[in-house]
Design a protein around this ligand. Structure first.
Ligand code: HEC
Length: 192
């Protein structure tokens, strides 16, 4: 099934994790991970996205130390992988890999496709933990690429529409990428 949310966003599992695996996991996995930074544990990694001691600031690759360090030249002692390791063959990210990582951060550094919890803009519409699940009518949505999905309408969010799948996960989708019929439906449901 073609899911609407997979249309454009960079996917962590499919695109980012393989890059980190190839270029960073050697030193950043397991209990002895360098600098205490474990990238293989999704939980540990998730704690460093936003929060008190962030490696990644969702939406801002220019301020995220992970993308900053990965982009530094070998002449800089703060670069990752560290320059001495590069001399022993540890390869830095290629420009294309770094661009993808930066784009993923710009898009909110989500670890799962359509994971609304990591998206600051979606926070106001995310139900509080333990809140009774909202009973909402499911609608059929389609996009300009011919994909379709059953989801309930949550809110209009600027140029995006926030939808919720049957399993309760929420995601934002650009209104402009919906079919004309689905755009009209979103506007009607938003009372516009
Ligand atoms: C050859 C081993 C090695 C490789 C490969 C490596 N690192 Fe590191 N990394 C280290 C060491 C050692 C430290 C701790 C010392 C430091 O911060 O300079 C560290 C620390 C870091 C930190 C700081 C952690 C913190 O909590 O402040 C970040 C961010 C980081 N690495 C990112 C990366 C990224 C991204 C890659 C892949 C492109 C990578 N590293 C690959 C050895 C490595």
């Amino acid at each position: 099934m073609v899911l609407l949310s997979s249309a454009e966003a960079v996917d962590y599992q499919e695109e980012i994790r393989p890059i980190l695996n190839k270029k960073c996991f050697k030193c950043h996995t397991g209990p002895k991970a360098k600098g205490g930074l474990r990238m293989d544990s999704l939980d540990d990694f998730a704690k460093r996205i936003g929060g008190d001691d962030p490696l990644i600031i969702p939406g801002d690759p220019g301020k995220s130390i992970l993308s900053i360090k990965a982009g530094l030249p070998a002449s800089d002692g703060e670069a990752m992988p560290p320059p001495p390791a590069r001399e022993r063959g540890a390869e830095p990210m290629t420009a294309a890999e770094l661009t993808l990582v930066r784009q993923w951060i710009t898009e909110g550094a989500k670890l799962e496709p359509g994971d609304a919890s990591a998206t600051p803009t979606a926070a106001p519409t995310t139900p509080a933990p333990g809140a009774a699940p909202m009973v909402a009518e499911l609608h059929d949505w389609s996009n300009t690429g011919g994909g379709s999905l059953k989801a309930s309408f949550v809110a209009m969010n600027g140029a995006n529409v926030t939808l919720r799948r049957e399993d309760g996960t929420q995601f934002d989708y650009p209104l402009a990428n919906l079919s004309a019929g689905s755009q009209a439906l979103a506007k009607k449901l938003a009372g516009q």
